[in-house]
Design a protein around this ligand. Structure first.
Ligand code: OGA
Ligand code: MN
Length: 290
């Protein structure tokens, strides 16, 4: 029995809203139904759950181990969460052009979380605590459909290739270098991942690209960089995208193995506070640890 859980797909190739459920009190069958829906839709929206950190972390743990955070500059004191906030301790907001503002700006480019790590993240679960009056949406793009929709020549051109992902590269593009210490930068040297990955649960192939993807290994850097850029531009278009307009208390979970996401702009003088948990990738699986 899965109680009264309701799953409503978006009009995009990814994403569904899950309603008539309380994430604080999930029996195993309902959790199983959510997990299955997540594999199918890749992005699940749980409107107005209003979880606190403890309930957010407990829900996350049902899917697996949480990822270790490498950067200390995400304000907040719980090591199991990342707080994406433009609010200073005194309640005023960081200017968009401040070091912290530039660090946050990185999230406005298409990416998949932690692709700059050797074992990249499986999933992220983000909740909205404070939202601006306009803007600040998070948009998602389906890299399974993006792969399926590529022409055969492009698929053959890239399948089997390895991409170098680098946090130094991606953050330097937005000027967001200043807020990390040398030790933090040293913790994230460039890593390699296949550009096309096969999802271990659904067996669907997906493009694995985004802003941390610097270039294709063994190819001319600038040329392969522009190929990655045009793949990303083409991939992140309707009908493969879904844009979520946040209300306070919303929780959204996405599959970092097959989804890119980006945050949209909002008035620079308004507060936006988002809290994220991050699920670690599967260390044991060869497919995902190249
Ligand atoms: C994230 C992220 C974008 C946003 O939480 O990983 O990229 O809209 N967020 O805050
Ligand atoms: Mn992100």
């Amino acid at each position: 029995m899965t109680g009264t859980l309701t799953i409503t797909a978006t009009e995009s190739t990814l994403g569904a809203a899950v309603t008539d459920v309380d994430l604080r009190a999930l029996d195993d069958d309902t959790f199983g139904a959510i997990r299955d829906a997540w594999h199918q839709h890749a992005v699940l929206v749980f409107p107005e759950q209003h979880l606190d950190d403890e309930a957010h972390i407990a829900f996350t743990r049902r899917f697996g181990a949480l990822e270790r955070n490498v950067t200390a500059n995400n304000v907040g004191d719980n090591p199991e969460t990342i707080v994406l906030s433009n609010v200073k301790p005194d309640g005023s907001v960081w200017a968009p052009e401040s070091d912290h503002g530039l660090f946050l700006k990185g999230n406005s480019y298409w990416h998949t979380d932690s692709s700059f790590k050797r074992v990249p993240s499986m999933a992220s679960i983000l909740r909205a605590d404070r939202v601006p009056s306009r803007g600040g949406e998070t948009e998602y793009a389906d890299m399974r459909a993006a792969w399926d929709d590529l022409d055969a020549a492009t698929q053959a051109r890239i399948d089997g290739k390895t991409v170098v992902h680098s946090y130094v590269w991606s953050q330097s593009q937005v000027g967001g270098m200043a807020s990390l210490s040398e030790e933090e930068w040293n913790a994230v040297p460039p890593v390699e991942h296949p550009v096309v990955r096969t999802h271990p649960e659904t067996a669907r192939k997906a493009l694995y690209i985004g802003r941390h993807a610097s270039h294709i290994k063994g190819e001319e850097v600038e040329e392969s960089r522009s190929l990655l850029k045009s793949l990303c531009e083409e991939a992140c278009r309707p009908p493969r995208t879904y844009k979520h307009k946040w209300r306070p208390g919303d929780l959204v979970m996405w599959d970092n193995r097959c989804v890119l996401h980006r945050g949209h702009g909002y008035p620079g003088d308004q507060a936006r506070v988002m809290v994220r948990t991050t699920l670690a990738g599967e260390e044991g699986s060869e497919e995902w640890n190249l």
